[in-house]
Unconditional design. Structure first.
Length: 188
């Protein structure tokens, strides 16, 4: 009689205090972004028609850096998972770069999001603004879900977190495309 194959327990990194802190921060920003997005869509929130070209440039540059960091996050995780060639780079270094790059991207994205939500008024292109708001709200929310899974359900996070991370990278690229790209091409 053949024995059932033993279930291989997958090893995951033990979350540190930074994971918990960023979980809380992204949950707060995600919730805040969702509420503001819903209020905006319901026309309850009235934007203050304030526009500053210097602040718009800083936000566009910040969004560009976040998009580049999102792509680097995607590359480091795909390389760690074996979907891209490692070229001799140790996995430990890739994971460290992934964690710190993600932390940096989240802090910068939160700063840019704060200025987006408080400085720039009504958009001239409502569809672009709606897409920008949707991807902004869902990016922070999905990061919060990903960090919650890593912290509280690492066995589930092992399979789900890469897909959530891919969506977050896509969302940050779409945020860039609906904001910084529009600014740099003069369509803001």
């Amino acid at each position: 009689m053949a024995e059932a194959p033993a279930r291989v327990r997958r090893r995951t990194r033990r979350p540190d205090i930074y994971t918990t802190v960023f979980l809380i921060l992204t949950a707060v920003f995600g919730g805040w972004a969702l509420v503001l997005f819903i209020l905006t869509m319901l026309a309850i929130a009235h934007p203050a028609f304030f526009y500053s070209d210097q602040k718009a440039l800083i936000k566009a540059l910040g969004a560009t850096v976040v998009a580049v960091l999102a792509v680097s996050q995607l590359i480091t995780m795909e390389t760690t998972m074996g979907h891209l060639p490692r070229r001799g780079v140790p996995i430990r270094l890739l994971m460290r770069a992934h964690r710190w790059g993600g932390r940096t991207a989240l802090v910068l994205a939160a700063a840019v999001a704060y200025f987006c939500l408080t400085d720039l008024g009504a958009a001239q292109q409502p569809l672009r603004a709606a897409m920008h708001g949707f991807f902004g709200a869902t990016a922070f929310t999905v990061v919060a879900i990903k960090l919650a899974l890593i912290r509280f359900r690492p066995e589930v996070a092992y399979n789900v977190a890469p897909w959530l991370g891919r969506y977050v990278a896509f969302a940050f690229i779409m945020i860039w495309a609906t904001s910084a790209l529009a600014y740099f091409t003069g369509n803001l």
